[in-house]
Ligand binder design. Sequence first.
Ligand code: 5AD
Ligand code: SF4
Length: 353
Amino acid sequence: MKYNFTKENIIKLLEENDQNRVQQLYDDAFRTKIDNVGNKVYLRGLVEITNICRKNCLYCGIRRDNPSNDRYEIDIEDVIPAARFAYEQGYGSMVIQGGERHDKKFRDKITSILKEVRKISSESPLGITLSLGEQPFDVYQEWFEAGAHRYLLRIESSTQELFEKIHPVDESHSFQTRLTALEDLRRAGYQVGTGVMIGLPFQTLGHLADDLLFFKSFDIDMCGMGPYLEHSQTPLYQYKDLLIPKEERLELSLKMVAILRLMMPKINIAATTAMQSIDPAGREKAILAGANVIMPNLTLTEVRGDYSIYENKPGVGEDASITSSSLERMLQNAGIPIGYNEWGDSLHFKDRK
Ligand code: 5AD
Ligand code: SF4
């Protein structure tokens, strides 16, 4: 099918109810993926390094003001074995994700971890993605020089008005700062990934269409988006009655993935854990709708339950290797090859360079 991605047309695709047409959209996106970036799924072993966060996002379970959350920070001595595990499993890349922190000790720690990870994997280095929030430009630079080369920072919503409904309005939650941070990341040399939550209270299909158009105009390299999942210990929970059913949030997320693949054929798109939390096969469905990256969780079992940005997060209580093998089985069953020992960088980024 021919597509023309005006806001109006995107909205029509997002509201499509005819299951044959929705399937057609997924199939077109899957085909576009194979033609442009290939059939492989790339893995990034995910380490959730700390749930300490200076921010208070109204939707997030690890926000600063949620007292019912034991806070942790993983020691370097425990991050390195996880990196080695990722390396030995042939994951090719890892992601270090955590709450947003500005203390010097944390900044130095990340720098040391990056250097150590480089040492483990000197022959065929492990790719490293960071997801540690908004930071000053010199911090982005320092971490880039220490070995990170991709960074994920979701815009959460590209509509300032909606962004301000889901964040406190103060200096540490500024829409403008978020945009500047994304520009800084690009300037520092990273492959830049962003994304949004789907199915937020007050969010319309028009907002989601604008999000896709924002990704295109910002010329992003990577995208991670997924359904919003309400968390009872957060302020946004009060609007739970405004939400569409979870299955619809998942379907909307899959449509977003498919449309984005058609709009930006060469970027990397993640099949996210939040999709899996609605449907055990959610990530597989996203892969079949155009996503090409999965981030298996490698966080230590003892602390994994504490990184609950939303409730009933899958994989909690499971061991890293079990998570990865059930994932492998799922992909094998769908006939999807895994890009073992490959970085699986964004081809879009390479083309721009
Ligand atoms: N539901 C879904 N995703 C969430 N995130 C935070 N809280 C939630 C939630 N309740 C996502 C945000 C953030 C990422 C790390 O997790 O998009 O950028
Ligand atoms: Fe912190 Fe990120 Fe959660 Fe916001 S979404 S409270 S920045 S961990």
